[in-house]
Design a protein around this ligand. Structure first.
Ligand code: COA
Length: 155
């Protein structure tokens, strides 16, 4: 696989470790107008949620995904790929790992929110069977925008 600079990208997907939370916070800053802080990520991923990271062979963290679950329901909190590494299959690999995890844990219903204009993320989610089931008006800030609520059922 090639990254946007034309270099080969070899990455692996693994569970988030505490020492990776600051790198995830840096990735959040690069990817979102309202990024999660390291403190919030510590509370979330260090405790309540499950997370997976994509790491390049040289150890650089290039993507992550988070999931909160209760019984058989899960919510994808966020997914992000470093801007220099997009369209190389990292988001897909992270989603595949989340689906694998859900199957292991008996989670059969997934939901998420996404900016209505985020066509790339919506295309990724639709490729995993997510469908739009509702709109949350003015859900996001910076800029203000509606959220699509999307859900998927796992067999
Ligand atoms: C959404 C995001 C995580 C996708 O990550 P990625 O590593 O680039 O995704 P992949 O390379 O695995 O793409 C898998 C598929 O998703 C779809 N896709 C991903 N980005 C797309 C884009 N910009 N436009 C259209 N389709 C896109 C395509 O179907 C793609 O397959 P293809 O490349 O074979 O056509 C990434 O664009 C990102 O981090 N965006 C900023 C953060 C964000 O918006 N997260 C979602 C919050 S709800």
């Amino acid at each position: 696989m090639l990254n946007n600079s034309g270099n080969v990208v070899n990455f692996s997907v693994s569970s988030v470790k505490r020492e990776e939370l600051s790198a995830i916070a840096e990735l959040e800053k690069l990817c979102f107008s309202e990024p999660w802080s390291e403190e919030s990520l510590t509370l979330l991923l260090g405790d309540k949620a499950t997370g997976f990271v994509a790491t390049e062979a040289n150890g650089r963290l290039v993507g992550y995904v988070g999931l909160v679950s209760v019984l058989d329901e899960g919510q994808i909190t966020n997914i992000a790929t470093h801007p220099d590494y997009r369209r190389k299959g990292i988001g897909k690999a992270l989603m595949e790992r989340i689906f694998e995890y859900c199957k292991e844990k008996g989670i059969c219903y997934l939901s998420l929110e996404v900016r209505d204009s985020n066509k790339g993320a919506i295309a990724l989610y639709e490729s995993f069977g997510f469908k739009t089931v509702g709109i949350r008006k003015n859900f996001y800030r910076f800029p203000v925008e509606d959220a699509r609520v999307m859900t998927a059922e796992l067999n």
